[in-house]
Write a protein that binds this ligand. Structure first.
Ligand code: LEU
Length: 551
């Protein structure tokens, strides 16, 4: 609901106090055309709240979104849903101060869609913040719903692992991709739940039981095909052993956070406002860094490099492609090719299909990558990493002496096997994951760039299957030849980097790829990277657990 409407409805009866809690930066809009929350024009007063809201209130002090956005009311439904801001609102019975009778106080999001708004409020209440990941995912409300439910369940719901363990496992997982953003968020949660401070010194300070998980973490993150029953056996036998239910819980957390790293880097998600390097909105006339909540030490402003997110987005694809970049074939060509493919209906022999899979796999091994390898890892991240050199290896070039076979989905699939195993060993988490996978796989608005009524299923399937192909997984009923028709080289390079080397990907790479597509669509592609990767890792892990149990 828009502020204007609130104004019309309530201004005569209530005085309204509004506290801006957090503003959501919208791509391409600079949130700086107004400088005081009093400008909200509701005749209310602004009050500061204590506790969790206070630091946000300080950080976002005085900044409100652009007027034209603020006054918009329920635009037609599109996938470009953009939330605007999060407010704490108090409704008072009398319009003149001194106020008597507070009738209602609510945390509220103003934005185009009530559903996104409610989800954001829930997300905020769950973790005392509306993190940037949720904000970016907010483009796709139905997906965000499943994502948040799952994440909340595996971290905060019923399950065999102690709560602080869960967050530490998340840190270990994010460490594999040097994802400082997730590590910092999880460190805070770990401490809030009573985790011991000393564990945050690094892997050398944690109990052996937790440390024993590290091999699985490393293998699942980079070469899941190498996982075998001896890894599970090592964990579940002897001193400090894990129960199978605990192993499954840990595996779900690990795979969730490995793939979330892909999403974070591939969308160029910025640090949170209270993290080093986090952005802040600047008050007119304010010097950089001065309003950061933790920046009380003015003598050394370099410690907290504030980044103006609006600058960042100004350089984004809305204002034309950054150069130099590879030319892209464009949406018309992709649509034309999808049409040709659906008319062709070519029958292929199983041998030919297998060959096409292998050829895509071999070609992917020849692809370059975006960005450069990270040479130095900061100490506060490297303390959570062991064997940092162990990384992705092209499946086509995998260790020959072990002869790892291609993973055939017809032999072990999520629907027929993985889902029920995970459900059996760890409450109903299979249902949550299943809903999430299905939503990510089937999500469509029948649009492509500005075109409407487009059947995009072929394009989306090519992306999903390409991601799993990078991890050695083959869907027997799919003609992998389609991938080369529909995904051009620059997109494949981006996907491969996001999936297998996320730490190399930056906002620049995000800007350079899919330049005719909307932000919501690029985020959509990154959601598929997240989910297809997570499902692939889980398939390997669950198949191994199943083998171990039936041995
Ligand atoms: C990834 C995008 C091309 C998806 C497309 N916008 C759809 O609605 O299906």
């Amino acid at each position: 609901m828009s502020l204007k409407l609130w104004h019309q409805l309530w201004n005569d009866v209530f005085a309204v106090k509004i506290v801006p809690v957090q503003f959501v930066p919208t791509p391409g809009t600079a949130a700086r055309d107004s400088n005081s929350s009093r400008d909200l024009g509701l005749g209310g007063d602004v009050v500061a709240l204590s506790g969790a809201f206070r630091f946000l209130e300080t950080a976002f002090r005085g900044e409100i979104p652009p007027r034209r956005k603020r006054n918009s009311f329920c635009p037609p439904e599109t996938d470009e849903a953009q939330p605007i801001g999060l407010f704490w609102i108090e409704f008072w019975r009398v319009s003149e101060p001194p106020y008597r009778n507070l009738t209602k106080a609510e945390l509220f999001i103003f934005g185009p869609f009530r559903r996104t708004n409610n989800l954001f409020v829930d997300a905020f209440l769950q973790s005392n913040r509306l993190d940037h990941v949720s904000q970016v995912m907010g483009y796709h409300t139905s997906y965000l719903d499943h994502f948040l439910k799952t994440q909340n369940f595996i971290l905060r719901g019923d399950g065999p692992l102690p709560f602080h363990y869960r967050h530490y496992i998340a840190i270990m997982a994010a460490g594999r991709h040097q994802c400082g953003y997730l590590i910092n968020l999880q460190k805070q949660e770990f401490l809030l739940l009573g985790g011991e401070h000393s564990w945050l010194k690094g892997l050398s300070s944690i109990p052996p039981k937790l440390k024993n998980l590290y091999d699985i973490n490393k293998i699942l993150a980079h070469r899941p095909w190498q996982l075998n029953t001896s890894h599970i056996e090592k964990l579940t036998k002897g001193k400090d052993s894990w129960s199978l239910a605990e192993v499954i819980h840990a595996i779900v957390i690990l795979t969730h956070f490995h793939s979330l790293c892909s999403f974070v880097f591939a969308c160029g998600v910025n640090q949170e406002v209270d993290q080093a390097g986090g952005y802040k909105y600047q008050m007119p006339g304010e010097t950089r860094g001065s309003a950061h909540p933790s920046n009380t030490n003015q003598s050394n402003p370099k410690d907290i490099p504030t980044v103006d997110i609006t600058e960042d987005w100004k350089n984004s694809s809305h204002v034309g492609p950054p150069s130099p970049t590879e030319p892209e074939v464009g949406i018309n060509t992709i649509m034309q090719r999808m049409k040709t493919l659906s008319e062709q209906n070519e029958e292929c022999t199983p041998v030919e299909l297998a060959k096409r899979f292998e050829s895509i796999e071999t070609q992917s091994a020849e692809l370059g990558l975006v960005g450069a390898e990270r040479l130095e890892t900061p100490a506060d991240i490297s303390c959570f990493i062991e064997d940092g050199k162990f990384g992705y290896q092209d499946f086509a070039k995998r260790d020959e002496q072990f002869d790892f076979p291609t993973f055939r989905v017809q032999d072990y699939s999520w629907n027929d096997h993985g889902y029920s195993l995970v459900n059996r060993l760890y409450n109903d988490v299979g249902n949550l994951l299943d809903d999430k996978f299905k939503t990510a796989q089937n999500l469509t608005y029948y649009t492509m760039g500005g075109r409407t009524d487009v059947d995009t299923s072929r394009f989306r399937r090519a992306i999903w299957n390409y991601i799993q192909c990078l991890l050695g997984i083959r869907h027997d009923d799919y003609d992998y030849g389609e991938i080369n028709h529909l995904l051009e080289r620059s997109l494949k390079t981006f996907i491969k980097s996001a999936c297998c080397y996320p730490e190399r990907v930056t906002k620049k790479d995000y800007d350079r790829v899919l330049r005719e597509f909307k932000h919501s669509e690029k985020v959509h592609v990154n959601l598929m990277v997240l989910e297809a990767r997570m499902q692939a890792e889980l398939l390997y892990a669950l198949r191994t657990v199943n083998r171990y149990m039936t041995n």
